[in-house]
Design a protein around this ligand. Structure first.
Ligand code: B4P
Length: 189
């Protein structure tokens, strides 16, 4: 299974990808986690990315594409993967097509988690209290939502036009949202 999870910040992409990874036995590739690992390691890339992320903006497409290519070349990806947080603009969606064509691993499904802005703001405020992530501050969240509307929402149309998109209600108990995702995934075999 090769799956892309789309949705605004706080829609539960990371939360659901973690659950699906266990059930489906496939790799979970979160570009947010990859970037945070670079920041934590204090690498040059991490230093460049930190200020951009903390302000709620997107890190450059070139950096992301390099990270993605390298992650997709690892052996665990052969069993399948859930891509969480990528693509975040149409240029990234087009780049992803190219990378997946190169490795002969086209997507099986694209799932969009729909959650309204009030609920997103509430969830991210909750996480800000629990985890203190700099990009969950009210200013950064406002910016992330704006970036989503301007740059990431067109990615939903990109996949809808190809007929590969399933749009789901991302509000509800974690188990309910997960069941909705399983229901739209193509059955193996
Ligand atoms: P991400 O790490 O992708 O952050 P996110 O959009 O906030 O996460 P997600 O939607 O996964 O929310 P989660 O499940 O955690 O990106 C962070 C930053 O990295 C970006 O702003 C950008 O700067 C950079 N970046 C990443 N990818 C990039 C790319 N491709 N290009 C450029 N830059 C990139 O859930 C959030 C909260 O909601 C949690 O507290 C969770 O417990 C709660 N929650 C989840 N499901 C719930 C439910 N059903 N009910 C109630 N609460 C729920």
């Amino acid at each position: 299974m090769r799956l892309v999870l789309l949705g605004p910040p706080g829609s539960g992409k990371g939360t659901q990808a973690t659950r699906l990874k266990e059930k489906l036995g496939i790799a979970h590739i979160s570009t947010g986690d990859l970037l945070r690992a670079e920041v934590a390691a204090g690498s040059e890339l991490g230093k460049q990315a930190k200020a951009v992320m903390d302000a709620g903006n997107l890190v450059s497409d070139d950096i992301l594409l390099g990270m993605l290519r390298s992650r997709l070349s690892q052996p665990d990806v052969a069993k399948g993967f859930i891509l969480d947080g990528y693509p975040r603009n149409v240029a990234q969606a087009e780049a992803l097509d190219g990378v997946l064509a190169d490795i002969g691993q086209p997507l099986d499904a694209v799932v969009q988690l729909d959650v309204d802005a009030d609920q997103l703001i509430e969830r991210l405020a909750g996480r800000a209290k629990e985890q203190g992530r700099a990009d969950d501050s009210p200013d950064a969240v406002r910016q992330r939502l704006q970036v989503y509307t301007q740059q990431t929402a067109p990615v939903v149309d990109f996949y809808a036009e190809r007929g590969t998109l399933a749009r789901l209600d991302g509000i509800g108990e974690l188990e309910e949202v997960e069941a909705r995702i399983h229901a739209v995934l193509p059955k193996a075999g």
